[in-house]
Design a protein around this ligand. Structure first.
Ligand code: AMP
Length: 286
């Protein structure tokens, strides 16, 4: 695996790997912020199945963190990550530092309306602008044929697809942005780099999140009133050890518009805090 930290060598390495893989070969990009776990590695394995050349980026993007968020505390473990990616047969690790990604004078912001509204867009102002801006840069830097993202961050996936469509991106084309189902622990908790912040007690309590979501989905599909099911879900989280609930909402899976009742296209989205840690999850209501 070649590890690259500057843009010119990255471009040369992409050209080199493409030439080596031959005509028609595909290059896949898996963007991450590192602290890799089985969720990330599932994206990498899927990339390996779909493309001849696999590039992974690790960049803790300051533009997607709010002023009071966990940018400084965010886990950084480059050596371990790098070993995990070598074991998965990754060809190229793109690991720029902040100055390489945002040189002095950087002044551009990509803001995607509509799908960014509400949920994490409301709870974390500026977050999706930061995501869209860095992902657009990563796409232009690596020029992949396909890019893979986790459904764990469903709204993020919707924002990135919208951006790719609206900006007529071709590397990758919006249709080649691939969502990968959420990887969960045995008790149902979605794998997340932020799970590392949880104490043993908090980690055990956190399993109430997917369990309460499943119960709410069953209730809604069984004809229960949506707001009553969501209120019960909030209550289950608060009485199960969560300190607060940022949101628990039913939304359209594609447009992310709010829904009053399940319609076959609905997804349940939740963000809640346990101790100082904010966890998110989403599931289809179908
Ligand atoms: P992050 O490093 O948190 O920015 O995540 C990098 C990519 O991995 C994003 O596309 C995430 O949606 C995806 N990802 C994170 N956790 C999971 C998970 N549990 N299952 C599937 N994909 C995930």
């Amino acid at each position: 695996m070649q590890t690259i930290r500057a843009l010119n060598p990255l471009r040369q390495a992409c050209a080199h790997f493409r030439a080596g893989a031959g005509p028609g070969a595909k290059l896949a990009l898996v963007p991450t912020m590192g602290a890799l776990h089985d969720g990330h590695l599932t994206l990498v394995r899927r990339a390996r199945e779909l493309a001849e050349v696999v590039a992974v980026s690790i960049f803790v993007n300051p533009k997607q963190f709010g002023p009071n968020e966990d940018l400084d505390a965010y886990p950084r473990q480059m050596e371990r990550d790098s070993a995990a990616l070598v074991a998965e047969g990754v060809d190229l690790l793109w690991a720029p530092d902040v100055a390489a990604m945002y040189p002095d004078g950087f002044a551009t912001n990509i803001s995607v309306e509509g799908v960014s509204d509400g949920l994490c867009g409301a709870a974390r102002p500026g977050h999706f602008d930061g995501v869209a801006t860095v992902v657009c840069k990563l796409f232009n830097q690596v020029a992949p044929d396909i890019a893979l993202f986790g459904e764990k961050d469903w709204q993020q996936l919707a924002v990135i697809r919208r951006m790719a469509r609206d900006l007529d991106l071709t590397a990758p084309h919006a249709d080649d942005i691939i969502g990968v189902p959420t990887v969960r622990e045995a008790d149902g908790l979605a794998r997340s780099s932020r799970n590392a912040y949880l104490s043993a007690e908090q980690r055990a309590a956190a399993a109430v999140l997917p369990a309460a979501m499943r119960r709410a989905i069953e209730a809604m599909l069984g004809g229960a009133n949506t707001s009553a099911a969501l209120a019960e879900l909030r209550e289950a989280l608060l009485s199960g050890g969560f300190a607060s609930v940022d949101y628990a909402e039913l939304r359209d899976a594609g447009s992310i518009a709010p829904l009053d009742a399940p319609n076959g296209q609905a997804r349940l989205f939740v963000a809640a805090r346990i101790g100082g840690t904010r966890l998110i999850d989403n599931m289809p209501v179908a």
